[in-house]
Design a binder for this molecule. Structure first.
Ligand SMILES: Nc1ncnc2c1ncn2[C@@H]1O[C@H](COP(=O)(O)OP(=O)(O)OP(=O)(O)O)[C@@H](O)[C@H]1O
Length: 258
């Protein structure tokens, strides 16, 4: 099992990150000594038990919150404010109910004051790529949960960021839709070439998607293990039943004590 990788072409460098939240009557250490280098266009799965600090780490990388100490560099620049070069997908699609699907996808382009003609072309192209062609003018509540999450992915990509941060994006979906969207995400990643950080609790999902699985320990969150997933790409249905996959799964389960 390969757990040590040299990253020659780095996109993200996380250095000595600590995060302590001040809470009533004390403090919660959410992250401690987190160091990680992520390669350009790499697919990272951030795996760990509930409360180990995965969302906190994602929020620090996207500069939605500040670390207590340490820093995050993206393309060699320290991140101090939210960057337009990042797209974020959360567990819930949170589409605005009064806007149709196309206008929801276009929201970041409006906020960033991009050329709306070009943005509209891109939105149509993205919606087509995720199988939502013909649904552009529908309202979000006319779409299934999986379709809404597809639209949320398009919204995160419309301004063509080089990084995609995904916080348990498929956790609210049923198992079949979840798997389907996983493969769809891999297809998008193959076409669009992004650096992806994908938070999940789900070991098979992490193995199926990622180049490397970064396993975190329970609070205070630290990186306990980094496992390179040397399965061939494209990843396919049925791979989960191979002995190689099972070996990764057993190894990770053993390491994180599941
Ligand atoms: N705004 C906050 N104020 C105080 N404590 C917080 C805050 N956000 C998170 N925490 C605490 O920090 C720890 C890490 O939380 P975080 O949400 O990052 O974990 P997580 O691994 O993403 O959890 P889950 O998988 O359940 O979403 C938890 O103990 C949580 O209670």
């Amino acid at each position: 099992m390969n757990t040590a990788t040299e990253i020659s072409n780095s996109k993200v460098r996380i250095e000595d990150l600590h995060k302590t939240y001040l809470v009533k009557g004390g403090r919660t250490v959410a992250l401690q000594d987190v160091n990680l280098t992520i390669g350009k266009d790499e697919f990272i799965a951030l795996l760990g038990p509930s409360g180990c600090g995965k969302s906190t780490l994602l929020r620090i990388i996207s500069a939605l919150i500040k670390p207590s100490s340490g820093k995050v560099l993206i393309s060699d620049e320290q991140i101090l404010a939210p960057s337009r070069d990042i797209g974020i997908v959360f567990q819930q699609a949170v589409l605005l109910p009064w806007r149709n699907i196309l206008d929801n996808v276009l929201l970041p382009a409006e906020i960033l004051r991009l050329d709306m003609k070009k943005a509209r072309e891109r939105a149509y192209q993205l919606l087509k790529m995720v199988g939502l062609e013909g649904f552009e003018k529908r309202s979000p509540n006319e779409l299934s949960g999986g379709m809404q999450q597809r639209a949320a992915i398009c919204r995160a990509l419309v301004h063509n960021p080089s990084m995609l941060l995904m916080d348990e994006p498929f956790a609210a979906l049923d198992a079949m839709t979840r798997e389907e969207l996983g493969f769809e995400l891999l297809r998008i990643w193959d076409i669009e070439k992004k650096t992806i950080i994908f938070v999940t609790h789900n070991i098979p999902e992490a193995i199926l998607l990622a180049d490397r699985v970064v396993a975190m320990s329970p609070r205070p969150g630290r990186i306990s293990e980094i496992i390179e997933i040397d399965l061939p790409r494209p990843r396919t249905q049925g791979m989960e039943f191979t002995p190689e996959f099972k070996a990764y799964s057993d190894f990770i389960r053993d390491k994180i004590g599941h």
